[in-house]
Design a protein around this ligand. Structure first.
Ligand SMILES: Cc1ncc(COP(=O)(O)O)c(C=O)c1O
Length: 364
């Protein structure tokens, strides 16, 4: 049985003035810092597997008081956040938000060679111990090619990071304006921030909703590559993502904008019947581990309705599972997989790479 403890945050500024905070990120008061040790003490003998908090300062720091007292660490996957450390108008970085460790894929927006990344460690960590643990599972023959590329990119960002990402943001803002003027495309931006489900927006990313021209994102991705020689980051069922980097110039952005206008003129069609990539809530029947190792059988996709899946199915990128081991396979999921394959999404996860068959739990 799982026990969940719900804890209100320690006293924050708004509480003193008896104001409703909502999403306003108020700080903790002096009294809060006197309250926190009592909270940690209350949980001293309570075994905890994980501590969760909202992204608000008052909640994170209340949760941290419990986690710190128990020696628990906050680890962040910050693969797409290298540039968050170099700019005022960018989302808060993991380390600034209080993480103990963050893995940062320098090769994504930092300019280093593919496969190179940093593991940032905070004040409460012992770097030597972290290195020791990494050595247990990783090669002892590090690549000097990757290491030197990391060092060159690090130096470049340290010297010019802020100005470089300001330029990338300006390019992306310009592109958003131009693309939204074409019509039917929606290049979304900070207006999406709603103080709730969308906390912040990375303005360096150029994401464009394509369904209103009657094409899935992945179809636009393919046409851009095959007919306009433009390689973008990815396309899913409803959107494309063009990754603007510190190496891009205004002329590349103009080329993309012109290509999108031309593509719309040539390919726009009725969008009736198109699926958006709305999230399908999973029906979890069993734990992933139990179902992955359980006795299973391979069935043609269309015969798996109502069965429990024992493998992952995901469109990659972005890699969010459509199915995970232990989830029930529904009609909606089968239709989604068939549709995504038809549109040309790259799907991964199952033993059968073509996803004509799926492994499901054997009926008892
Ligand atoms: C959210 C997220 N985490 C981790 C990774 C993997 O990072 P890396 O390529 O540095 O191994 C990716 C890769 O795209 C990602 O999107």
């Amino acid at each position: 049985m799982t026990t969940i403890y719900l804890i209100r945050h320690a006293e924050a500024e708004g509480n003193v003035y008896r104001r409703c905070h909502g999403q306003y990120d108020s700080l903790l008061t002096e009294r809060a810092y006197q309250q926190l040790p009592y909270l940690a003490q209350r949980f001293a003998d309570v075994p905890l597997d994980a501590v969760y908090a909202s992204d608000l300062y008052r909640a994170r720091h209340t949760a941290k008081a419990i986690a710190d007292a128990k020696g628990m660490k906050v680890l962040a996957d910050e693969a797409h956040g290298t540039h968050f450390y170099f700019g005022k108008d960018l989302p808060v970085s993991a380390m600034e938000a209080g993480a103990d460790i963050a893995s940062v894929s320098m090769h994504k927006s930092g300019g280093s060679l593919t496969q190179s990344s940093f593991l940032l460690t905070g004040e409460g960590m012992q770097p030597g111990y972290v290195r020791q643990i990494i050595n247990l599972t990783q090669t002892t023959s590090g690549s000097y090619l990757l290491l030197s590329s990391l060092d060159i990119s690090r130096s470049n960002l340290a010297l010019r990071g802020e100005e470089s990402f300001q330029r990338v943001t300006a390019l992306a803002e310009y592109a958003r304006g131009e693309i939204n003027q074409i019509g039917d495309y929606y290049a979304f931006g900070r207006e999406m921030i709603n103080g709730d489900s969308i906390y912040d927006f990375d303005p360096t990313k150029l994401s464009i909703h394509t369904l209103d021209i009657g094409l899935a994102g992945i179809e636009v991705y393919d046409i851009l590559r095959d007919e306009y020689d433009i390689q973008i980051e990815f396309g899913d069922l409803g959107n494309i993502l063009a990754y603007l980097s510190i190496g891009d110039r205004i002329r590349e952005v103009e080329r993309l904008v012109t290509a999108l206008a031309d593509l719309k003129r040539r390919y726009k069609k009725d969008k009736t019947g198109m699926l958006s990539q709305e999230y399908i809530s999973p029906k979890v029947v069993m734990t992933p581990q139990d179902s992955f190792y359980a006795e299973k059988e391979s069935l043609p996709l269309e015969q798996t309705r109502g069965r429990v899946c024992s493998e992952f199915v995901m469109c990659y990128p972005p890699g969010i599972p459509v199915l995970a081991p232990g989830e029930e396979i529904t009609d909606e999921i089968i239709q989604y997989i068939v549709y995504a394959k038809e549109k040309g999404c790259s799907m991964t996860g199952p033993e059968d790479e073509k996803i004509e068959r799926l492994n499901v739990l054997r009926d008892r």
